[in-house]
Write a protein that binds this ligand. Structure first.
Ligand code: ATP
Ligand code: PRP
Length: 218
């Protein structure tokens, strides 16, 4: 019998970690620590050869692409912005579900602004997704790249619109914004380094199978 190979799984703290815990459990993997309580970036598990690395959500594809992690879990938003080079995406895990939307201040006349051929200023953390969306509509936009709190953009005159994630809608509502266009449905996916899948197939495939069986129905 050959010894099991080491596996590294990249996860982000917060909702992805929380929603991944039941899937990990279904694969028999239990983290030794809670990353919310620990400052450690490498978390051991009940398997001596499986460890978790805790990284920013937007960095998960990069760790997996370069093979610093064999597997990772990332939102479709993050994967689309990254481009997906070097990544095998076998499974939609149906977690961290939300929608990518265009939103504006509730008093802003978006219908007119988007028709008149005027340039629209759009603040977003997702410049590629936003560019593609407005290009398809034939609209000219100036993209302003932000790293968070996009909802502030229209309130302080930084932008006319935002492209951001919406779940309950309460962040938009609390900031007098409204969604005007749906760009795409978002959920998180399992991503696997393509070389690791070949070299560590015996370790990785059972995890893919366990996640597939344990995910919520559509
Ligand atoms: N309100 C939400 N409801 C459900 N899923 C969400 C929501 N906001 C974001 N997500 C999904 O969860 C993923 C992780 O979001 P999270 O808030 O943990 O990281 P982040 O703060 O967006 O990323 P980073 O730390 O890299 O800036 C996102 O990429 C998206 O796919
Ligand atoms: O429609 P809602 O249920 O209000 O959710 C939408 C909010 O969720 C996300 O932010 P998040 O909570 O991840 O904060 P962060 O981007 O600062 O991490 C997103 O960027 C919105 O601001």
């Amino acid at each position: 019998m050959t010894a099991s190979q080491n596996l590294t799984i990249a996860l982000s703290k917060g909702r992805i970690f929380d929603e991944t815990l039941p899937l990990l459990a279904a694969a028999g993997i239990v983290p030794a620590e809670d990353p919310e309580k620990s400052r450690k970036l490498i978390i051991d598990t009940n398997h001596p050869n499986i460890r978790l690395v805790i990284v920013r959500a937007t960095d998960v594809p990069t760790y997996v692409q370069y093979g610093a992690a064999d597997l990772g879990i990332a939102g479709r938003d993050v994967l689309t912005e990254h481009g997906g080079d070097g990544l095998y995406q076998p499974l939609d895990l149906r977690i961290a579900k939300c929608r990518m939307m265009v939103a504006v201040h509730k008093d802003f006349d978006y219908a007119t602004a988007s028709r008149a051929g005027s340039r629209l200023k759009v603040a977003t953390k997702y410049p590629n997704i936003a560019m593609e969306h407005f290009a398809k509509k034939g609209m000219h936009v100036d993209i302003i790249k932000l790293y968070g709190s996009m909802e502030l953009g229209p309130l302080v005159g930084l932008s006319d619109a935002i492209v951001d994630l919406v779940s309950t809608g309460s962040t938009l509502k609390a900031n007098d914004l409204q969604a005007v266009e749906h760009i795409s449905d978002i959920s998180s996916r399992l991503v696997v380094n393509k070389a690791a899948l070949k070299l560590k197939f015996g370790e990785i495939q059972p995890i893919i199978d366990a996640f597939r069986d344990a995910r919520q129905p559509e």
